[in-house]
Write a protein that binds this ligand. Sequence first.
Ligand SMILES: C[S@@+](CC[C@H](N)C(=O)[O-])C[C@H]1O[C@@H](n2cnc3c(N)ncnc32)[C@H](O)[C@@H]1O
Length: 197
Amino acid sequence: MTNTERDYHGYTPMDYDADSEAGEVYQRCLSYLLTHAPIERDDTVVDIGTGTGIVALELASKCDHVLGRDINDEWLQYAQEKAAEKGVENVSFDHGSFREPNVDDDVDVVVASYALYMAYDEGGTDELRAAIDGLAALNPRCVAVAEKMRFGPEQTSPDYETLPPMGTVANLLVDAGFTITDIETVAESVGVLIATR
Ligand SMILES: C[S@@+](CC[C@H](N)C(=O)[O-])C[C@H]1O[C@@H](n2cnc3c(N)ncnc32)[C@H](O)[C@@H]1O
């Protein structure tokens, strides 16, 4: 791989992969997502905010095709190189945002992992609603969200202020036409929501 120097606000994709691999909560969240998201063998799955493609590459063995989308083109390139190194051929990566995922295919499932909280951080509930509406417009039968969210009562730490309440994420998914079929608290501020039509 030739991109060891690539940098995203001082954080390289290789650093991100190392931290994610070592992150016990991240791994538990990923494991729950992979075992509980109702993904079928012939599904096309969009991994929005795919980053370095960790989730997309895991999903590839469970479905027909994974489309990884992100706004960070350098991380997308790193993800593409990882897929090539691993010989995973049913994953493709391209530029796309929550609001405009840049997907023309028929989509069965949308997955967002540690990504949608960034929309809330950027513009609160309105931006998160626009993000979820952008994903819902792909008309998937299921949206699986493995996210940083505030579970339980209001926490006082400023670290939590940029995280959406789990109830807000759930309500926005319901407003977009989904039913919440699974909620799993993985840690105080991380959990999985599965929403189906
Ligand atoms: C913390 S990383 C998570 C990456 C990956 N999903 C995972 O679980 O390891 C969040 C990713 O969301 C992407 N992101 C942020 N805002 C976005 C937007 N509006 N549309 C699409 N991706 C976005 C970032 O570029 C980043 O790669």
